[in-house]
Design a protein around this ligand. Structure first.
Ligand SMILES: NC(=O)c1ccc[n+]([C@@H]2O[C@H](COP(=O)([O-])OP(=O)(O)OC[C@H]3O[C@@H](n4cnc5c(N)ncnc54)[C@H](O)[C@@H]3O)[C@@H](O)[C@H]2O)c1
Length: 338
């Protein structure tokens, strides 16, 4: 595959549920690719795939044996990511896998080893990296728009009750690997590293099981720090009414602040301001290509990565993000001081 052009990559999707159907499949098409096959045990998902013009398989193995599939996007529940990615690697298929990379750190380690052994391109689908507003914020930080960055604060929350879906695997610790923390915090952790261009190295967290009454955390607060001393604070939650302000990103620096509202999420748009640190005046931060779908940009970027190795995908980096999550869950267990 390497050396070929990136246009028109033929994708197979394993797990054709909410995110695959509503965001990834349209993103593949808008990014210049083709959706040629889908694998999903749910007949309703296969029906939707056939209606979209894709070959519909019940089992992932059949899709992976299809020579017409050049790359695979994985959007099954979290606990199945490992087996599917290992099978894709063994079949020699490049693979873009949804976040979190896996339900456990051990699974993520096995996946990293499998793709390295097979030599297949791998990426975790951190679509926030590909949001036009976040690309603009990264550029502004690099240009010194806020001076020396001191902190990044992110709120990313939603309402997810026990009946949120007919089979709500997100509330099942064995299938999800955790709750709001493992589901929502990977986006923020990865985004902080993307915006700053440096890894987080220290992390701590507290979780709560406050509202929803299921076995996984319905909220969490994380604090983290980069090697150069930038602090990050993430509030993630499944217990926040959707009508409240719940998607907010702030980058604080010695000469200004960037404030982004409603940019975190699957869709383009949102508002981004640059606030001057001397007078406190705010003006909009220009966002090139503001209406482009983060998923379309992500799919096109992965196609280029498959074609020539260019771009910003790394299994090792995504494994590091999984290790931050594992440390966040472990850290909160040590806290009680009664
Ligand atoms: N990047 C994002 O913004 C984003 C948003 C939502 C979900 N996600 C991630 O995407 C993944 C899927 O989430 P969802 O909300 O679409 O879930 P979902 O429950 O809507 O869809 C999962 C699909 O996987 C199918 N499936 C189950 N077992 C399978 C198997 N063995 N082989 C193939 N398919 C199988 C199910 O039938 C279902 O259609 C999760 O890892 C989730 O964390 C990412």
């Amino acid at each position: 595959m390497r050396g070929r052009g990136s246009a028109g990559l033929s994708w197979g999707i394993i797990g054709f549920g909410w995110v695959a159907r509503d965001y990834a499949a349209p993103g593949i098409l808008a990014g210049g690719g083709r959706l040629v096959a889908v694998a999903d045990p749910d007949p309703r998902a296969r029906c939707a795939a056939a209606a979209a013009g894709a070959r519909a398989h019940e089992a992932a193995e059949a899709l992976l044996a299809d020579p017409g599939v050049q790359a695979v996007y994985v959007a099954t529940p979290n606990h199945l990511h490992r087996a599917v990615v290992e099978a894709a690697a063994a079949a020699g298929k490049p693979v873009l896998c949804e976040k979190p990379m896996a339900a456990t750190l051990g699974d993520a380690e096995a996946m990293t080893a499998a793709v390295a052994r097979a030599g297949v391109p791998y990426g975790t689908a951190f679509d926030q990296r590909h949001h036009p507003a976040h690309a603009a914020i990264r550029g502004a930080i690099a240009d010194g728009a806020v001076g020396t960055v001191t902190a990044v604060r992110i709120a990313y929350a939603c309402w997810l009750d026990a009946d949120w879906a007919p089979d709500n695997w997100r509330a099942d610790p064995a299938r999800a690997g955790g709750g709001a923390l493992i589901d929502l915090a990977p986006h923020g952790l990865d985004l902080v590293e993307f915006l700053l261009g440096e890894p987080l190295e220290a992390v701590a967290a507290l979780t709560q099981t406050r509202v929803q009454g299921y076995a996984v955390d319905d909220g969490a607060m994380l604090v983290a720090r980069t090697a150069r001393g930038v602090l990050a604070q993430l509030h993630v939650a499944y217990n926040c009414p959707e009508a409240l302000p719940r998607r907010r990103l702030e980058v604080l620096g010695t000469s200004g602040q960037i404030l982004a509202e409603r940019t975190m999420g699957q869709t383009p748009g949102g508002d981004v301001w640059l606030i001057d640190g001397r007078l406190g005046l705010r003006r909009p931060l220009p966002v090139p290509d503001a209406g482009a779908s983060p998923f379309a940009r992500q799919m096109a970027a992965f196609a280029r990565f498959v074609a020539d190795g260019s771009g910003d995908f790394s299994a090792a980096r995504d494994l590091h993000t999984m290790s931050l999550l594992a440390r966040a869950y472990a850290a909160q267990e040590c806290v009680p001081c009664r």
